[in-house]
Design a protein around this ligand. Structure first.
Ligand code: DP6
Length: 332
């Protein structure tokens, strides 16, 4: 096998991953839980090569030059993957070096981080060179590039298990329920993009400077358990309460870290208030959640979808994007 292709998609967390116990190995400080989306898609092609190289292409197939930081991150990931495969005794079949092509269908304007989709697709491709890897191994390889990428290896509802200790595979993802378990939607409202925010990698490293972080770590096991129960019971109200509680708590940690990280814009807060009102007025199964940026994800069930979509489309100066639940990274 010399060329391996794979596709993957982003995921949206309901219990957020924020903060590591080991920054270098991207070992999270706590468990997290997400829904894998069915779009937008990122495709990667990995080819054996003499020397490491990486190229990236936009949704319209135009080449986008990678920054030095992005290239270094991709190369560092490749090297740590080799190291991991060595520890499990599979490097003999793995290429000495590779050339990567990353084709992202994620429009720049929707402001969704592509790292989860990119590193899960890469993990899937790397795994294609090594026949006997488990899905858990693939999620570990994805995590070594981007923590949340480990969750996009699986479809449906996915937990990232923090684990213990500092070995490379101490933390991994596992599926809680498949994509057809519960038909939910994510309507994403992206307020017009402002200046570049602090990236997640830099943000994770600041989590411990927040006086609220220790309390957050104590609360997460209960929230994770409640979230899993809500998903298994398809109890939307329970899911909404715990997901919103965790989202607001993560943003409180971010805002109280040094330096303070404020990712939510005034428009974000306005949308959150509107959605609370809309939910109360029309008794809709809809919840909001936000990551390290001003975009608001409105997760809703099929009955609520038309109203949520109509609300989103009526927002001025926002980009709207819609996704269903996806099946995770796959080789093609
Ligand atoms: C706020 O996985 O993007 O979206 O490992 O540095 O790539 P890196 O971090 P990343 O962190 C995700 C942060 C979050 C919450 C979440 O998705 O759980």
């Amino acid at each position: 096998m010399t060329v391996v292709r794979a596709v993957s998609t982003p995921n949206i967390a309901l219990i957020k991953y924020w903060g590591n116990r080991n920054e270098e190995l991207r070992l999270p400080a706590a468990d997290s839980l997400s829904i894998t989306l069915d779009q937008p898609i990122v495709e990667v092609v990995v080819d054996q090569a003499e020397q490491f190289s990486a190229r990236s292409f936009d949704p319209d197939s135009a080449e986008r030059a990678l920054t030095d930081k992005e290239s270094k991150r991709l190369e560092k990931h490749f090297l740590v993957v080799k190291k991991y495969l060595d520890t499990i005794g599979t490097t003999d079949v793995f290429p000495a070096s590779v050339s990567l092509e990353i084709r992202s269908k994620i429009p720049e304007s929707i402001g969704l981080a592509s790292s989860a989709a990119v590193f899960s697709a890469l993990a899937e491709s790397y795994a294609g060179f090594v026949a006997q890897l488990s899905r858990r191994d693939v999620s570990v390889i994805a995590r070594l590039g981007s923590g949340s990428a480990s969750r996009s290896v699986f479809g449906g509802f996915v937990a990232m298990i923090a684990g213990e200790g500092n070995v490379l595979d101490a933390s991994y993802a596992e599926q809680i329920a498949p994509e057809d378990h519960w038909k939910l939607w994510d309507v994403i409202i992206v307020p017009s993009l402002n200046e570049k925010e602090t990236g997640s990698t830099e943000g994770h490293a600041l989590a411990r400077t927040s006086p609220l972080f220790e309390t957050r770590l104590r609360e997460i096991p209960r929230r994770q358990k409640t979230c899993i129960e809500a998903i298994m019971q398809k109890d939307f109200e329970k899911l909404q309460k715990v997901a919103e509680e965790d989202c607001l708590d993560m943003h409180a940690v971010m805002a109280s870290s040094t330096p303070s990280l404020r990712y939510l814009s005034e428009e974000t807060h306005r949308i959150i208030r509107d959605v609370e009102e809309l939910r109360a007025r029309e008794h809709l199964a809809v919840l909001y959640t936000t990551d390290a940026g001003p975009a608001v994800h409105l997760i809703c069930d099929e009955l609520a979808l038309l109203s949520v979509r109509a609300y989103a489309n009526a927002r001025q100066n926002c980009t709207i994007f819609e996704a269903g639940i996806g099946s995770g990274s796959q080789r093609i």
